[in-house]
Design a protein around this ligand. Structure first.
Ligand code: NAD
Ligand code: NAI
Ligand code: ISE
Length: 335
């Protein structure tokens, strides 16, 4: 059976992760689930002939004797409570992004983990496990093109049901905030947010798109377009301009058709498909590291840095100014 896992939040990604653990990955099994919607959870278990036990609350699941480690895939605002409870129970926990919806919430988790004395938390920034991002990182690490100077990035989705307020920054761009500092081995120092003309193809109350400009300690300028109601597809771009050349994230591979006077190729439209292999690698590596008592992936400190960056971007959006991103010295505990 391997690692006995409990999953809190059987929604879109909770279902995806449960099925990948049960049907694709090795050395682990989902033995426990919880969701505030019991009916849809039990229907999911029955549909896929899964034997996991339903727990009435996430806390009860965390404390269960036969649960070795936890996946938190519930709504973002519920993550802090479940991660803190996992640390209190001394159990390893994989928390889907965001770690917490505020930097102070992430800080509380960092403090609790350091008090516990051993890292237990990994955050679900899966792009670090994506083959194309890893290829791009190896080009930059080799310095074959010289230093990176400018990054031009885009995070586009066809639609964002349920998005409100600043979620394009706090719920979507958190992926860029984590993967770009990992790509560059750098830290952010300031943020500016520029609001283009709004699309008419979403709720009128939502600002969409956004342009976010980040400056790093080494002086790299990062331009990120967030467009979460782009209609045409789920399109993630990352183009790095270096001293003697450029390097770009490859387009996801797909068959190219020449037919009926057209040259066409499909564009992925669903985040679940765009990074499907990265999710598999991320969770298999997490299972194997957890089984030997290690945290190898993005830590609670990484989750905290991302939250501080997101808070600064939201502040810049509302102030119209360039805002500082004040990231404290990384504690030895997380080096
Ligand atoms: P959804 O309908 O797919 O999921 C909503 C879930 O909320 C359902 O599974 C339901 O069981 C659950 N629910 C209902 N009442 C609840 C309660 N009182 N407490 C806790 N959970 C309850 O909708 P969605 O598109 O996933 O978005 C739902 C919410 O999650 C939105 O407010 C959105 O801002 C947020 N969210 C969505 C995403 C995303 O990418 N889909 C990501 C992060 C957060
Ligand atoms: P969702 O809304 O589809 O599912 C959330 C589930 O959590 C629902 O089933 C809901 O009933 C449940 N839930 C809410 N409050 C709960 C509570 N107190 N206790 C137990 N269950 C509770 O949301 P989705 O899209 O699955 O997102 C879940 C999390 O995963 C979010 O944090 C999101 O940011 C993250 N996510 C990450 C992605 C990635 O690319 N890494 C992609 C999509 C989501
Ligand atoms: C979702 O929660 C994710 O994390 C996806 O990767 C992101 O593209 C989407 O905008 C989020 O809502």
């Amino acid at each position: 059976m391997g690692l006995r896992l409990g999953v809190i939040g059987i929604g879109a990604i909770g279902k995806e992760h449960t099925l990948r653990i049960e049907k694709k990955l090795s050395r682990a099994k989902v033995v426990a689930v919880n969701d505030v919607n019991r009916e849809h959870t039990e229907a999911f278990l029955a549909q896929h002939n899964l034997s996991a036990k339903f727990y009435e609350s996430g806390i009860e699941l965390i404390r269960a004797q036969d649960v070795d480690a936890i996946l938190v895939t519930s709504w973002g605002p519920t993550h802090e409570e479940f991660v803190l409870a996992s640390i209190a129970a001394g159990k390893y926990v994989f928390c889907e992004k965001p770690l917490a919806v505020t930097a102070s919430g992430c800080r509380a988790i960092v403090e609790a983990e350091m008090m516990h004395g051993k890292q237990l938390v990994q955050v679900g920034f899966m792009r670090r496990f994506d083959k194309s991002y890893r290829q791009l990182k190896s080009v930059l690490d080799s310095e074959q093109l010289g230093y990176p100077l400018i990054l031009n990035c885009a995070h586009r989705a066809p639609a964002a049901p349920g998005f409100a307020g600043d979620m394009a920054i706090s719920d979507s761009l958190v992926h860029e905030f984590d993967v770009l500092k990992w790509l560059l081995n750098d830290d952010y120092v300031s943020a500016q947010v520029i609001l283009p003309r709004k699309t008419r193809l979403c709720d009128d109350s939502l600002q969409d798109p956004h342009v976010v400009l980040l400056r790093t300690k080494q002086g790299v300028l990062i331009n990120i377009e967030s467009f979460v109601n782009a209609q045409y597809g789920y399109d993630i771009q990352c183009h790095v301009v270096c001293e003697s050349g450029t390097a770009a994230l490859p387009e996801p591979s797909d068959v190219m058709l020449r037919h009926d006077g057209k040259f066409t190729r499909n564009i992925i439209v669903d985040w679940q498909l765009r990074f499907i292999e990265a999710f598999d690698v991320e969770l298999q590596e997490w299972i194997d590291a957890t089984s030997v008592g290690r945290v190898d992936g993005p830590s609670a400190w990484d989750g905290f840095i991302v939250a501080v960056t997101a808070d600064a971007c939201v502040a810049a959006k509302h102030s119209g100014n360039i805002e500082p991103i004040n990231i404290p010295e990384r504690p030895v505990f997380y080096r």
